[in-house]
Design a protein around this ligand. Structure first.
Ligand code: AMP
Ligand code: MG
Length: 472
């Protein structure tokens, strides 16, 4: 073994109440699918043979210095509190401090059962592993805070879902896996000592300038208020914004039934289990605020003066919609070429979106075509665009560098749902070329010279993926 990972495991140094020590479960025949060399270098991990990488990132060999553990957390799932979730199919191998001095978790996902598995098998199948690999790397390339993908390995073992499927393990990197639900579990159990300890640990790790629990709340609200408009700016729908899938760092986490908009539909829902549309595209800001209200509720448990804390937390959470709106305006302003969109520009942006919705315009391709002058072709009735175009052109006369701004904020391609389905089907037939083609393409989402032009094409009506399923 020559693989070296410079572990420094701070979470494992926290008391036992925070996790259960847990090794990954060995698999029969690990084989490497993909390894992220660029990320590995940033993490100061030395490259190794494919066989050794497969052995480590399947969980068969626990590397020196690792302290594998399953983290405890709880969370609201679709609005209902679940008092105990936890890593049911993941183990944190440990942490490294990367070349930029930032502490990062290295976690195996799909690595076998843990005390938190409940009825689950602790495993993942190939499809969701490839999906998370691609989508998280695409989000990163588009400048959106996210967990990263370090490795994907096939286990050589079957996983039983609606059918028998090949098992796989994803190695994911995050600036931490601390969630709103991590705070909730201690608050709801009345474990104030642990809640305080988690608060201190989180402040030191993520927001060293934050002043106490309310300072932490303010910082996390700010991070989440920035994140959600970024998702929306690329048509991303997370799909399961439960509080256990809401990070304290402000990184996107848990790419389960996530999807990107093809045509713009503000009320779009993909996830088949989201029957009420709770996590619909346009509802994401409201849910982020709701999640922060749960975070505030958990944090307050440790405060001396409850009434004062409630008043302060309420103020912080109530300020969040305006913060989201301001970031949304900035993001969408950039998308139409405006450097500093103001509230007076809001009707212009909303008018475009309304016309896109009414005329089945493709979200990605319409914005991308704005500065090349072909956006009207995206509308079922192109004259619907022409009317907007006049007002927009007049507004743009006050802007410098609008074209460059649009080119650097409107991606040429996103990992489209039908293409992801296609690459998963190909991978099931042992053809990984579509996976690597897309992985290659999403690395440069704003580049005009797209290597794989077919990936920029919107789905034909018979290719549209109507729903995503949670059988992950
Ligand atoms: P998720 O919806 O993926 O965020 O997961 C919600 C909870 O279910 C977490 O506690 C997961 O660890 C757990 N979970 C999801 N899938 C499995 C599985 N196959 N085996 C065990 N636990 C699982
Ligand atoms: Mg989760």
């Amino acid at each position: 073994m020559t693989l070296h990972i410079p572990f420094d495991n701070s979470y494992a140094r926290l008391p036992d109440a925070f996790y259960t020590a847990q090794n990954p479960t060995q698999v029969s025949e690990p084989s490497l699918i993909a390894f992220n060399d660029v990320l590995a270098t940033e993490l100061r991990i030395s490259r190794d043979s494919d066989a050794d990488l497969a052995s480590t990132f399947s969980g068969n060999t626990v590397p020196d210095g690792a302290a594998p553990l399953a983290q405890l957390y709880a969370g609201h799932q679709f609005g209902n509190y679940n008092p105990q979730l936890g890593d049911g199919r993941a183990v944190l191998l440990g942490e490294v401090v990367n070349t930029q001095g930032q502490r990062c978790d290295i976690q195996l996902k799909g690595s076998g059962p843990t005390p938190y598995s409940r009825m689950g098998d602790g495993r993942a199948w190939l499809g969701p592993v490839l999906r998370e690999y691609i989508v998280s790397e695409a989000m990163h390339a588009m400048g959106i805070p996210t967990t990263r993908a370090l490795a994907a390995v096939k286990t050589g073992e079957p996983v039983y879902r609606e059918s028998v499927l090949p098992g796989a393990v994803l190695t994911r990197v995050a600036s931490s896996h601390i969630r709103v639900g991590t705070f909730q579990v201690f608050a709801h159990r009345g474990q104030t000592k642990e809640l305080k300890e988690l608060t201190e640990y989180t402040i030191a790790r993520h927001y060293p300038d934050a002043d106490g629990p309310m300072g932490l709340l303010r910082a996390v609200v700010a991070a989440q208020a920035k994140l959600i408009p970024k998702w929306m700016s690329v048509g991303f729908i997370h799909g399961v914004m439960n509080t256990d899938n809401c990070t304290i760092s402000g990184e996107t986490i848990d790419y389960g039934p996530c999807a990107f908009l093809d045509t713009y539909q503000p009320d779009k829902v993909f996830s088949s289990i989201d029957q009420m549309g709770r996590y619909a595209f346009g509802n994401q800001p409201r849910i982020a605020v709701w999640n922060m209200a749960q975070f505030a509720t958990a944090l307050i448990q440790q405060m001396h003066d409850q009434d004062a804390a409630i008043a302060e937390a309420t103020k912080i959470v109530h300020a969040m919609p305006d913060q989201i709106e301001a970031h949304w305006l900035a993001e969408f302003g950039h998308k139409i070429g405006l450097q500093n969109a103001s509230v007076e520009d809001l009707p212009l942006i909303e008018d475009l979106l309304a016309r896109m919705a009414a005329h089945q315009a493709d979200f990605t391709n319409t914005f991308r075509a704005l500065h090349t002058g072909t956006a009207r072709d995206q509308f079922t009735d192109p004259t619907a665009f022409d009317a907007w175009d006049k007002t927009w052109t007049a507004r743009l006369s006050a802007e410098n560098d609008a074209d460059a701004r649009m080119a650097s904020t409107n991606p040429v391609l996103i990992p489209r749902n039908h293409q992801i389905e296609h690459l998963i089907q190909a991978a099931l037939a042992d053809d990984l070329k579509p996976f690597f083609d897309m992985l290659d393409a999403v690395q440069n989402p704003f580049s005009r010279d797209v290597a794989h032009h077919n990936l920029t094409v919107a789905p034909l009506s018979n290719e549209v993926v109507p729903a995503t399923f949670c059988g992950t």
